[in-house]
Design a binder for this molecule. Structure first.
Ligand code: ADP
Length: 373
């Protein structure tokens, strides 16, 4: 473990070394007697912990601390030391990212060792987390590349299959009997469905790679837009969509629109009579619960969890078209927003999908300001 001591008093360097060596731990020490020298050593070597004196001839310790933490994104813990127990320095040092603060007049071997061990533990943990984050970014990147390649490689032969089947259909229609023609149609339909599945699966995978663009969004405007996007099916099915006042929430506008579109689309699709959908928001601690209720066919309790899985469907394509990815996408979007989604439903009694979202930040701030007067 490499420890950098930045202190203009030689005796204090020796004292710190004595204190830390007492106990048998292996430390490598670097010595700087001015701020400039300290920053230079810090730049050149891998340092695990800095013991920083507040009173330096060229710069005060807080300025050095600021440069150290800014440079390394608070990766290296700094223990600030002062001659006296100045509270202002202590508070400012902590705010600037100092890991610990020890007034020299109460410095003991035990206190220093404990502070350094704690600081080094923290560095190790932060570095481990940093490595995990980098690995995760890398594997996300690899996975994204992989799914691009898979989507492309699966679609090219599929395109060839469709083209050749269409060719046979066009050229040999007269030679084929009805049964063969029907088989050919099935094959073309199958290929087209597979293409839809690959696209949808890629879309689902893509959701996992991209970070949501969080901002304050008005759910009412999102609902309005969703209704416009679904206007053809709303008109065709004579669906009535009503809502209570909807809040401003923290979220990604595009993803939330997709979430509402999937839920409302399903509510219309899985309904035998004229669909009536009602959207309602209720405050729940620091967030909102949004309910989308319909008068559709309902879902048996035993399927309430399954339907959020990939390609889970309760019906055959002929009764209700679809591929079984809509709710899996909803689940992923809500989780990306730090919330959860569930359903309350019984066959024949309609369904209510409920998801949670965080309150918009501006509103949180206003509420905090009101609470603190
Ligand atoms: P898809 O709509 O393509 O079938 P989803 O993932 O959106 O796929 O839904 C999965 C299954 O959940 C549906 O096939 C259906 O059985 C059931 N489901 C979803 N929404 C509703 C609803 N509002 N009412 C009744 N059943 C629903």
């Amino acid at each position: 473990m490499n420890i950098l001591i930045i202190d203009d008093t030689k005796g204090d360097h020796e004292l710190a070394m004595d204190y830390l060596r007492d106990g048998g731990s292996e430390y490598q020490f670097y010595h700087a007697y001015s701020a400039v020298e300290g920053l230079e050593l810090y730049r050149k070597h891998v340092i695990d912990c800095v013991l920083l004196d507040y009173h330096m001839p060229d710069k005060n310790g807080l300025e050095v601390l600021k440069q150290l933490t800014e440079k390394d994104n608070k990766l290296v813990p700094v223990i600030m030391m002062t001659g006296d127990g100045n509270e202002f320095v202590a508070v400012t040092a902590m705010k600037l990212g100092s890991q610990d603060y020890i007034p020299k007049k109460v410095l003991t071997a035990k206190a220093l060792k404990r502070a350094v061990e704690r600081a080094i533990e923290r560095t190790k943990m932060i570095r481990r987390m940093e490595t995990y984050r980098e690995q995760l970014e890398q594997s996300n990147h690899d996975l994204e590349q992989f799914s691009h390649i898979v989507a492309h490689d699966l679609k090219s032969p599929l395109r060839a299959v469709t083209q050749h089947l269409t060719l046979i259909n066009n050229k040999c229609a007269d030679l084929l009997d009805d049964k063969s023609k029907r088989s050919l149609e099935f094959a073309v339909e199958g290929a087209s469905r597979m293409r839809t599945l690959i696209d949808a699966l890629f879309e689902y995978a893509r959701l996992g790679f991209s970070e949501p663009q969080m901002e304050n969004v008005n759910l009412e405007s999102i609902l309005e837009q969703t209704q416009k996007d679904l206007s053809a099916v709303i008109d065709e099915r004579k669906a009535v969509i009503t809502h209570d006042a909807l809040p401003e929430v923290k979220g990604d506008a595009i993803l939330l629109a997709q979430l509402l579109q999937n839920l409302i689309g399903n509510a219309i699709k899985f309904c035998k009579e004229a669909p009536h959908i009602h959207i309602k928001a209720t405050q729940d601690g620091n967030g909102w619960k949004i309910g989308v209720r319909d008068n559709g066919i309902g879902i048996p309790k035993s399927q309430h969890e399954q339907i959020f899985g990939i390609f889970r469907r309760l019906h055959v394509e002929n009764d209700y078209p679809g591929i079984g990815l809509g709710l899996a996408i909803c689940d992923r979007i809500v989780k990306q927003h730090g919330g959860s989604i569930e359903v309350e439903s019984e066959p024949g009694k309609g369904s209510k999908f409920i998801f949670s979202l965080h309150v918009a930040e501006t509103i949180l701030k206003q509420e905090k300001m009101r609470a603190y007067g």
